[in-house]
Design a protein around this ligand. Structure first.
Ligand SMILES: O=C(O)c1ccccc1N[C@@H]1O[C@H](COP(=O)(O)O)[C@@H](O)[C@H]1O
Length: 210
């Protein structure tokens, strides 16, 4: 199972988290987020890594040109689209960046929102489900109603996000079988400052599932 730890801002924390077992690190490329990092800051974290992990840039309604530039400048190898990006936009991005994994996040406000997934299946590599928040795009700490996701079985891989913590992750995984999980605020002290004790506890809880 993939384990993405998102909102990395510090090189030593990124490397420690990768060594603890994360398969992906996430970098917030959304100005205004307390976890925002520049392409140059991402590059420093990437250069500091002593183990191989995916490096996922998180974007919100950013142009294909800007994403392409940030990919070139930062060393990320996957792009997570976390706002209202259309399937047409995803298709355009795929043409611009054929080698880069495209992850489309769906922020689930009502059970009907899950139906949106169908229109992205042919133009992205991976889906991600996050909880909807009226004022914040992500990193909210809000959980989804996992019971209601039990019928969500898309034909492409998907990641479960939204308010996961070392304490609740096994409850989620008892109900669901995502291809991976994504945690941010549940393993930090303050936004952008990861708590390595919480990350260690996460991997202890996950055990052989990783
Ligand atoms: O974390 C942010 O600040 C952020 C900003 C804009 C878009 C997405 C963001 N984070 C994403 O939020 C989810 C889960 O967060 P949490 O575990 O509930 O705190 C994750 O996919 C992040 O990539």
């Amino acid at each position: 199972m993939r384990v993405k730890i998102c909102g990395i801002t510090k090189p030593e924390q990124g490397n420690a988290i990768a060594k603890l077992g994360a398969t992906a690190l996430g970098f917030i490329c959304v100005p205004g987020s307390p976890r925002y990092v520049t392409p140059q800051q991402i590059q420093v974290v990437v250069n500091h890594l002593s183990v191989s992990v995916d490096r996922i840039g998180v974007f919100a309604n950013t142009s294909t040109e800007e994403i392409t530039q940030i990919v070139a400048d930062s060393g990320i190898n996957a792009v997570q689209l976390h706002s209202n990006e259309s399937p047409e936009f995803c298709q355009k991005l795929r043409q611009a960046l054929p080698e880069i994994e495209i992850i489309k996040a769906l922020r689930i406000r009502t059970p009907e929102c899950l139906n949106q997934a169908d229109s992205y299946l042919s133009c992205v590599d991976t889906l991600l489900l996050d909880a909807y928040h009226r004022k914040m795009l992500g990193g909210t700490g809000k959980t989804l109603d996992w019971q209601r996701l039990q019928k969500f079985r898309p034909s492409i891989p998907w990641l479960l996000a939204g308010g996961l913590t070392p304490d609740n992750v096994l409850d989620a995984l008892t109900l669901l079988e995502p291809s991976g999980i994504d945690l941010s605020s549940g393993v930090e002290r303050t936004p952008g400052d990861k708590d390595l004790k919480k990350v260690t506890r996460l991997f202890e809880k996950l055990g052989s599932r990783v």
